[in-house]
Write a protein that binds this ligand. Structure first.
Ligand code: MTE
Length: 319
């Protein structure tokens, strides 16, 4: 992954919480006024093909953050999604053609009940929560994003992992006609990621179907992706089609390309530098170009919840 310079972004681009929540309430009310909200949690505005359909979400206060949420515009226009190009603006420009319906997610491998889920069933599997997570990209920038979804463990428990399931692999979509980026060979498509089973079952690990109370925009990994907030952003696979439970550790896409630079674990760790740059500080997108870089926190600030997963492990070796 290259490290690109950031465009200047005024601090006015950070949206105070009450403003984006107010906007969402307004959208909800607007949708309710003219269109009934479907039982699946997605308003019929979505079915009618509207740009951003509202979701029924409830804020989970356990995952609230006392930090300003990044403006939606920035979260949806400054992206990494190499299937649509390597420039940060490419996903927003090119992801419009991604076909997100019909869409299924197949769960297979070391499970007692392998099963294929339709995306509309995933939207109904559990109440959709809003959780505000700090997200840190390996390139040195960060955002604060209100995700909508539920813990991945809710889905995995449906298929009953066997005692041999030690790892989980996530395989994402390849739509050659709709993804201009897959013509380039930078990645051996499909994009793949993986987690250890205890990481995958950790309550923080989230299966995401929306942001800001609205259906996930294509450029953010529609219709379903991961959010793993204590790991660098590349672990949060977008547009997932297969989830495979494995006995052996899978090789993720970035690990295959540059194993010295991108490890399997990829935990946010300010004390372990990337071979080409320090990871000690980060630039919060939207904080203003002149704002000082902020110190990166161990496990991206989630040490209380996840440090115990790595007890006794040498995190310099397992980077
Ligand atoms: N998933 C797929 N399928 N393809 C990708 O290129 N990029 C990763 C991750 N998931 C990527 C992906 C990287 S490098 C980051 S930083 C995050 O998605 C970015 O997510 P965002 O654009 O929603 O912030």
């Amino acid at each position: 992954m290259s490290k690109l310079n950031l465009p200047p972004v005024p601090s006015s681009e950070i949206t105070p919480r009450d403003v984006w929540q107010g906007r969402r309430r307004w959208l909800k009310t607007a949708a309710l006024g003219s269109l009934a909200v479907g039982a699946g949690g997605v308003s019929s505005a979505w079915a009618a093909g509207a740009d951003a359909a509202t979701l029924n979400v409830t804020a989970n206060q356990k995952f609230a953050l006392d930090e300003p949420v990044t403006d939606r515009k920035l979260v949806t226009t400054y992206n990494n999604f190499y299937e649509f190009g390597t420039d940060k603006g490419d996903p927003a420009r090119n992801a419009g053609r991604l076909q997100t319906r019909p869409w299924t997610v197949t769960i297979e491998g070391e499970v007692l009940k392998p099963r294929t889920f339709d995306i509309d069933d995933l939207l109904k599997l559990a109440p959709l929560e809003e959780r505000v997570y700090r997200m840190r990209c390996v390139e040195g920038w960060s955002m604060v994003i209100p995700w909508n979804g539920y813990s991945l463990s809710t889905l995995l428990s449906q298929v009953q992992p066997t005692g041999n399931a030690r790892f989980v692999e996530f395989v994402t979509a390849v739509q050659p006609d709709n993804m201009p980026g897959v013509r380039s060979r930078i990645i051996d498509w499909p994009y793949r990621e993986g987690l250890r089973i205890d990481e995958a079952m950790h309550p923080l690990t989230m299966l995401v179907m929306g942001i800001y109370g609205e259906v996930l925009p294509n450029q953010n990994g529609a219709p379903v992706r991961l959010a793993v907030p204590w790991k660098y952003g590349f672990k949060s696979a977008k547009s997932i089609v297969t989830i495979r439970l494995l006995e052996k550790q899978p090789v993720s896409s970035w690990e295959r390309i540059q194993p010295q630079e991108y490890g399997f674990y990829a935990n946010v760790n300010p004390t372990v530098s990337h071979p080409r740059w320090s990871q000690a500080t980060e630039r919060r997108i939207g904080a203003g170009f002149l704002a000082p870089r902020r110190d990166t926190l161990m496990f991206n600030g989630y040490a209380d919840q996840v440090a115990s997963l790595y007890e006794g492990m040498d995190l310099r070796r397992y980077y």
